[in-house]
Design a binder for this molecule. Structure first.
Ligand SMILES: [Zn+2]
Length: 205
């Protein structure tokens, strides 16, 4: 695609780097911005830059946050701080929060154990989870990982690391098809699988 302006071309190239955005869509978005007032486009750019520069990760659960400790971890009256839902990434937190059926806290692993992709437990927020359970007297860990081999491996590994800590370990029920992605599950299915959670001993066979 030959464009009549290098500036336009550069902007299109940046948009086309985003997931799911091809060159044609990128051009459409850029031309749309070009029709807007300059202050509006400046605000658009500044919002993105500010988000990237200022966003933090909660020091306790690794969820995105505007403060060192996130709003969920800070809410000691509305959220059960002794219940930890372990998820792979921030998109899973957003999906579960959308169900409005979970009142505990989270722990974002930042990935999942996957030896084939070279991802081992040391690259994930697993040690911090074990420390958290030990120091905070957690009563329940609910695994909400994608139901696939990597998810099962990760649960098995963490469960072994937990050893004999007096803490109930559960996993979301399998309303989500095997290999299905948590974030794409509809809210009802996800809410149901949280409500019908199972003890892990019964689940890992
Ligand atoms: Zn937090």
């Amino acid at each position: 695609m030959q464009l009549p302006s290098q500036l336009l071309e550069n902007a299109v190239a940046e948009f086309a780097k985003l997931p799911g955005i091809g060159k044609k869509t990128a051009l459409r978005l850029v031309l749309h911005l070009l029709k807007k007032d300059a202050p509006e486009v400046r605000h658009f750019g500044e919002t993105i830059t500010k988000m990237r520069d200022e966003i933090q990760f909660c020091q306790r659960c690794f969820n995105v946050s505007d403060a060192p400790i996130c709003a969920i971890c800070s809410n000691t009256t509305g959220r059960n701080q002794l219940l930890i839902c372990v998820v792979e990434n921030i998109r899973d937190v957003i999906a579960i929060e959308a169900t409005q059926q979970f009142n505990g806290t989270y722990h974002v692993l930042g990935g999942i154990i996957s030896p084939l992709d070279g991802i081992g437990p040391e690259q994930l927020n697993i040690e911090t989870l074990i420390e958290r359970v030990k120091t905070e007297a957690t009563t329940e860990i609910l695994f909400a990982l994608n139901p696939n081999i990597q998810g099962d491996t990760t649960i098995f590994y963490i469960q072994r690391k937990l050893g004999n800590l007096p803490c109930t370990v559960t996993t979301i029920a399998r309303g989500i098809s095997f290999g299905g992605e948590l974030e794409y599950a509809d809210e009802m299915t996800l809410a149901r699988s949280i409500a019908n959670r199972l003890p892990v001993q019964q689940y890992v066979k």
